[in-house]
Design a protein around this ligand. Sequence first.
Ligand code: SF4
Ligand code: SF4
Length: 313
Amino acid sequence: MDMAQKVSAETAPGTTPGATPDTTNVLIVGVGGQGVIMVSRVMARIGQLQGFDVKQSEVHGMAKRGGVVFSHVRFGPTVWSPTIPRGKADILLALEWAEGLRWLNYLKKGSGTFIADTRHIVPPFACLDRTRGAKLGYLAEPPGVVLDQVADGYALDATALASALGNHRVSNTVLLGTLSVVIGFAPEIWQKAIAEMVPPRTVEVNLKAFEAGRRWAAAARENPESAREHTLRKPAVLPELEARDFELRITPEWCKGCDICVKMCPERCLSLNALNIVELTEPDRCTGCRICEWLCPDFAIDVIKTLPETASR
Ligand code: SF4
Ligand code: SF4
């Protein structure tokens, strides 16, 4: 089986694999800042546009990255409860890899579909050793091992696909594109719901991300080899670095001046400027520990490795 995807022969486009005749259960999981709620609202809106009764419930509220966020969306002719019982999700959509694995027991055995971004987000406070190159206690299972446990599964580097469009924050919409291929319904319905739910200035890039996710899923079904490009992610932690071979990049347009990174930087090298935008004011003290990157709720900071890529794909 290919590492990127596994598609059961019974799964035909336009049907919801494993759905009961009455209700389709979609469980969406991730961590704070990834857009779980936006995805679930799009899904709920699509249910409405199709004329179904829709129930949605969610747990969120973490203002910083790392907090668990999940949402249940159920639609059908009549839906009585807003929550999906354990083992009854037709689709588990994970915006973060470890969260997907944590919720696997909610997926229907033998018929459920697993869709996950292979992106790793390590909770910042799980990183007690902040030495560069230190090993993180992240799950070791590669995508192929996980996909072998489910009836139907897609593991893709949605973040890389989104980054290729110039905005890695639309990785959630890339996953919506993949979800649309699994669930069916006309693409126009999905595009309408996405355009309604995202900020007006991001409609264009979100629609491109949706198409990228659809193309990836269609290609994965047609030819698993074509999906390899985005299967494996770069390591979640920077490899051991001897010299100063990283760069801290700030996207000012995304910074809302919340001050989290400024307060949490262990080396005190960040400050807010007069416009309330973060700046690296003490670059010589920056160790590249990535705490600011992991904590920023708006993905406004990236610590980029500047040495040639050595990670294997
Ligand atoms: S990467 Fe640099 S700026 Fe960011 S938290 Fe670490 S030391 Fe501070
Ligand atoms: S970079 Fe992120 S964490 Fe830092 S102030 Fe801006 S929004 Fe807040």
